[in-house]
Every structure is written in structure tokens, then in C-alpha cells.
Design a protein around this ligand. Structure first.
Ligand code: AMP
Length: 453
């Protein structure tokens, strides 16, 4: 079904077509009519499925065609925040707001993004001038609420984007405080890649008879994302990575490390090899993160080294190479990571450098994605088969990013946990059958309620 059949207004369709989209993705063809109908929505979808346009387009339609809204957005009355979109990270919030501006370019609505790590005063000024659609991370939004610099009493539509991530990052209390400040009568849209009991209880309290939509996880797109494992000794990972980048002439590589310290160290090592690399993680300033990301997007930076949280929301079309320098301690993060490549139908390759310490992590990942990843030993990097596994350091020693965010919600949280205690979020939607080149829609009515209770 083409975009024109979904009930969106002409200025929105024009913006979509100017942006180059011709056909809605499965989540879009289901979520757009559902949101236009005005009811609540529970959507199982992750980054890479086109979910952002799935909620942005119908929100823009509703706000721009609604009569009351038209008065609110007229020049004579001050603008009020009518749609609030909460996202877990600065990068994702910025990208969502960019989408709002792209798709809303022929409309009179305006938008703003607010997140922490940058000065609050310009945000206060922007909010004062009036905003129709606000995209925010929960922590900074709460700061504005506490200072009385944001008015949420006119919110008609609320979106929780990547709700599972927000809960993982310890934002639940902030979210509940935001919810308490919103008008009771409103439309709620909740997007989550996985459905833990915590998400279900949030959804139960938030959503009223929601439409339910689920699209396949990224790991169903096996044939467009070539995945493989290179077994290697723990102290040979860096030379192996440099070897792979150089011999294969990889030009745009996203590399995941487990810790911020590991990311910094790897950048130093790669730079010594003459490979231009930068790191993004929670301890980097927003300016440094934005610079690294934009250089990487413009292909001026060859290697971007990221921790899981910092990489959330990175949206680069046709990113060809993702490397798991360290395996993630939460198996679902593997799926999120490789979702950075092979997007919107493009092909990509996800390579994992796995040492003896990570064998259990690899098993957990393979169990989750229901497939055994091919192993390929690189000549010259054959691992020592008698090596003994050592415990893995899950986090850098200094607090920051996720740990800090956990602490703000729960002062006892954020302490390093041994690998065996890491809580896997494994009760999400079951992986779909492999063998399709685009994320598969699995129908309107789904079994969210039955799963993982
Ligand atoms: P998202 O899941 O919203 O992060 O989107 C993932 C990627 O798919 C982004 O690069 C979008 O620009 C792209 N995308 C979203 N919708 C479409 C569409 N209908 N056709 C082609 N690409 C799309």
C-alpha cells in the first residue's frame, strides 16, 4: 500500500515524497492508521523498522488538521505543547526531532528538543517562545518541570519511544512524575523493542484499550546482515580489528566496546595504527558526541567506537560494518547493535571478536536469536585453545552515563555486577522466522498480553 492511501494530508505526503520514501514500512502501514484513529497504541518495534515516521507522521497530521489545534497554533494565541515525545538518549531525541522537522516542513507546527549535558537557558528561551511538539529525555524534562519552565497541561499526545531502554536506564520514576503532570485525557503511544513485566505494568497503567502492533525484530533479517564470529585471544583483539579494517578497506565502521575505558583505549590504539577513530560514551561532552557522530555520518571519520547506551538511536543509512569488539552482557543489546547495519533493506555485515571469556555470552546471544553464528578463524590470529576464561569487567570504574542515570532514580543502583548477575531482558517478542529482506509485519492483533507474564 502506498503512503497516499494511509489518510495523511497533502503537505505531509509531499514532505515524505521529497525525502525519498515511496512505500511505508510494515510498522508505518499499521501504526499510521491506528494513530490517526485517535486511540492508544502499543507497538513492538525497534530502531531500524521505520518506527519514528510511524508515530511522527500521524501526530503531525492530527495536530495540523485538528480545529482546536489550529487555533492553538495560530499566530494570535501562544503555542502550547500538544505532543510530547520521550526518548531515552540525547542522540535518539535529537534524531526524532529532526524527523519531526523533516516531515513537518510544509506545516505551521514547530518543535524543540531538550536533553541534558547542554545549557538549560537556551532551552528555557525556546520553550518560552512556544513549542507545539516537544521531544525530550526524561531527566532534563523533569529539571524543567521542577523549575517551572515547561507547561505540559495542554499535551494531547504522549509518545514513549524505546520505553524498554528508558526503564533500563532507570528513568521509571522520572517518567511517572511526567505522567502525573499531563492532562488525563490524551492519546498515548508506547514503543518498545522488548516486553518485560516492567514494560507491561507501565503499559497497563498508561494505555486504554490500545491497538497492538508488532513487527519483526532486526535479527529476522539474517540474509541482509551477514553475521560472523572471529574467535581470538583477549589480548589480540586490537591487532585483529586493525587487520580487518586495513585488509578489507573498511571505511565506515561502528565498533562496540563494553566499557567507556575500553572505548577510549581502543581509540588510542587505532590512532597509533593510523586509523582515524573517535569514541562516544556517557563521559564525553555533548559537543564531543555530536562532533564524532556528525563526522562519522559524513564519512570523515573511519571508526566510531561506542558503548551501547551512547550508540542508541544512531541512525546512519546503509552503515556497512558493525564490529562487536566486546560482546554485550545483555543478549538483546546484540540485536540492537547489529540493527545499526543493513537498515531499510540495505545489506551490511556484523562481526564479533570473541575471546574465551565471552563464550557464555555468545551462547546466550545464539539462544536469543535462535541461530548459531558462523565461526571464522583468521589466519595469524588463531586463538589459544587451552586458554582459561577470566571474569569479565562489565563497566568502567568511574560512574557515568547509565550508572549515573540509574543512581538518579535509585541511589543504590548502578554498582558493577558480576556477569552472572546481569539481568537478561529475554522475554521480548519471539524472533520471527528468518528469510525475509524487510522487517516483517506480523499482524494487527498480537499476543503481548500473553507473553512473559
Ligand atoms: P527508524 O526505525 O525510525 O529509526 O528508521 C530507520 C531507518 O529507516 C531510517 O534511516 C529512516 O530514514 C528509514 N526509513 C523510515 N521509513 C522509511 C520508508 N518508508 N522507506 C524507506 N526508508 C525508511
Amino acid at each position: 500500500m502506498p503512503f497516499t492511501k494511509l489518510g495523511l494530508s497533502e503537505p505531509i505526503l509531499r514532505a515524505v515524497s521529497e525525502f525519498g520514501y515511496t512505500t511505508p514500512t510494515p510498522i508505518q502501514s499499521q501504526s499510521i492508521p491506528a494513530v490517526l484513529a485517535g486511540g492508544d497504541l502499543l507497538a513492538g518495534a525497534q530502531t531500524g523498522t521505520g518506527k519514528t515516521a510511524g508515530f511522527t507522521l500521524p501526530i503531525l497530521h492530527r495536530l495540523s488538521t485538528d480545529v482546536v489545534g489550529a487555533a492553538l497554533t495560530s499566530k494570535t494565541s501562544p503555542r502550547a505543547i500538544r505532543a510530547l515525545i520521550l526518548a531515552p538518549t540525547r542522540e535518539l531525541a535529537a534524531q526524532v526531532e529532526e524527523s519531526v522537522r523533516t516531515y513537518g516542513k510544509h506545516l505551521k507546527l514547530n518543535s524543540a528538543v531538550i536533553f541534558g549535558g547542554v545549557g538549560i537557558n537556551p532551552q528555557i528561551q525556546q520553550l518560552k517562545r512556544g513549542v507545539d511538539i516537544l521531544v525530550a529525555t526524561p531527566g532534563r524534562l523533569l529539571d524543567h518541570m521542577q523549575q517551572g519552565t515547561v507547561n505540559l497541561t495542554k499535551v494531547e499526545i504522549l509518545v514513549l519511544d524505546e520505553a524498554d531502554r528508558m526503564l533500563d536506564m532507570g528513568f521509571i520514576r522520572d517518567i511517572r512524575k511526567v505522567l502525573a503532570a499531563l492532562p488525563k485525557k490524551r492519546q498515548n503511544l508506547l514503543f518498545s523493542a522488548t516486553f518485560s513485566d516492567e514494560i507491561k505494568s507501565l503499559a497497563d497503567g498508561l494505555l486504554n484499550a490500545p491497538a497492538m502492533i508488532e513487527v519483526a525484530r532486526r535479527n529476522s533479517t539474517v540474509e541482509i546482515i551477514g553475521q560472523r564470529v572471529h574467535p581470538v585471544d583477549r589480548n589480540r583483539k586490537h591487532p585483529m580489528l586493525a587487520h580487518l579494517i586495513k585488509t578489507n578497506n573498511w571505511e565506515q565502521v561502528l565498533v562496540f566496546t563494553r566499557t567507556k575505558h575500553g572505548a577510549n583505549k581502543l581509540v588510542e590504539q587505532l590512532e597509533k595504527d593510523g586509523i582515524h577513530a573517535m569514541a562516544i560514551h556517557g563521559n564525553k561532552s555533548q559537543t564531543a558526541r555530536t562532533k564524532a557522530l556528525s563526522e562519522f555520518k559524513d564519512a570523515k571519520l573511519q571508526v566510531l567506537v561506542a558503548t551501547d547506551i551512547a550508540a542508541r538511536g544512531i541512525d546512519i543509512d546503509q552503515l556497512p560494518h558493525v564490529v562487536n569488539y566486546d560482546l554485550p552482557n545483555v543478549p538483546e543489546d546484540y540485536v540492537h547493535r547489529i540493527g545499526r547495519t543493513g537498515r531499510a533493506g540495505a545489506s551490511g555485515e556484523a562481526v564479533s571478536l570473541v575471546c574465551v571469556d565471552e563464550h557464555q555470552m555468545l551462547k546466550d546471544i545464539e539462544k536469543l536469536i535462535k541461530q548459531t553464528l558462523p565461526r571464522e578463524v583468521i589466519p595469524g590470529f588463531e586463538p589459544d585453545l587451552n586458554a582459561k576464561a577470566q571474569p569479565i569487567q562489565l563497566r568502567s570504574g568511574n560512574a557515568g552515563g547509565r550508572q549515573q542515570q540509574q543512581r538518579r532514580a535509585n541511589p543504590a543502583a548502578g554498582k558493577a555486577q558480576p556477569a552472572t548477575q546481569a539481568k537478561p531482558r529475554s522475554n521480548g517478542p519471539a524472533p520471527a522466522k528468518p528469510g525475509r529482506s524487510v522487517p516483517r509485519s506480523s499482524g494487527q492483533q498480537q499476543s503481548f498480553g500473553a507473553r512473559g507474564r
